[in-house]
Design a protein around this ligand. Structure first.
Ligand SMILES: [Zn+2]
Length: 323
């Protein structure tokens, strides 16, 4: 059956104990093949992953009850890695104002968030041959379901990402800041880890969540964790693969209120309307914003308030979606 294991616990400042837990679905036989971990909630304002983990857990609990032999491998779900931030609806761990996905690399730093991160990282390392870390976007930009891969890690990760029913695989350049993320630290210790980015924070985009859920079940079957005979799989999308130079960003040329006109997830051509930048004082159109290039629209601004330079959209340049 499902086991819920306490990975790390502490007393909150209000005296209420807080637990960071792992749900473990063990293999039917001790000679199991693969162990896959699914992680969510490192950022407390990102609820899409928490929702996906809940649904995945329910599906796996039903499977465990009705077809226990379907578990050829192990599944571990870490549904809420930053309970304090989730309770506070904030990206950062409150009181400390620390981004938990920037605390994973430094094993020597003192303090509760760093201690919690080290315990989580070490628990995932002990229990995983493959991991999936689910994030939503920030409050400004809506993202189509995608997997982001740091340049250099793509060889093992792209074939796995292709199983996940996402719209896009984005290989992006390495930056110093990634050294303290969960994804980088797992990939660096030879645990292939897929970082999913989907939807927008503070919301649940049920269609995208269902898409990712379908992808996760497909991944679990294709990697030999679940028996293909026991799971009804839906067809998965073939994602667009973009390399670092193949993403075009449209930025605000002026401050104002941005109202999008384009629809995310479509092919766009140079000159097509993207949205209008309005003057908040009188509603006057400051700029009719159009796409400066052709491609596939996968990021679209939702928060209207813009200053000059604010990101409005991202396009996979020259790419065409194969359905
Ligand atoms: Zn995040």
């Amino acid at each position: 059956m499902l086991q819920t294991i306490n990975v790390f616990s502490f007393e909150s400042p209000l005296g209420v104990p807080v637990e960071i837990v792992r749900q473990t679905f063990s293999a039917a036989s001790s000679r199991f093949r693969q162990r896959v971990s699914v992680v969510a909630g490192l950022h407390g304002d990102e609820l899409e992953g928490v929702y996906i983990c809940g649904h995945l857990s329910r599906i796996l609990q039903d499977l465990k009850k009705n077809k226990p032999h379907a578990f050829l491998g192990e599944v571990h779900i870490y549904p809420a890695m930053n309970p304090q931030a989730l309770g506070n609806h904030s990206r950062l761990w409150p009181y400390f104002s620390i981004d938990m996905n920037r605390t994973m690399g430094d094993r020597e730093r003192p303090g509760l968030p760093f201690k919690a991160s080290q315990e989580i990282l070490s628990d995932i390392q002990k229990h995983s041959d493959l991991a999936v870390d689910i994030h939503a976007s920030n409050q400004y930009l809506l993202e189509l379901p995608q997997i982001r891969i740091i340049d250099g890690f793509q060889e093992p990760l792209v074939p796995l990402a292709e199983l996940c029913n996402i719209d896009l695989i984005w290989v992006h350049p390495m930056a110093e800041v990634f050294k303290s993320t969960l994804g980088y630290n797992l990939n660096s210790t030879d645990i292939p880890t897929l970082v999913i980015e989907t939807g927008i924070c503070h919301r649940i985009h049920t269609e995208y969540c269902q898409q990712v859920l379908t992808g996760l079940l497909n991944l679990l079957v294709r990697t030999g964790v679940l028996d293909s005979q026991a799971v009804d799989l839906n067809p998965v999308k073939t994602p667009i693969l973009v390399n670092p130079t193949e993403v075009g960003m449209v930025q605000a040329k002026t401050s104002g209120l941005f109202v999008p006109q384009a629809q995310i997830g479509i092919q766009v051509n140079k000159g097509d309307p993207l949205g209008q930048m309005l003057d908040p004082k009188d509603g006057k159109i400051l700029e009719e914003v159009s796409f400066p290039f052709d491609g596939f629209l996968f990021t679209l601004r939702q928060h209207p308030l813009c200053y000059e330079g604010a990101p409005l959209a991202r396009v996979a340049l020259g790419k065409t979606r194969v359905l």
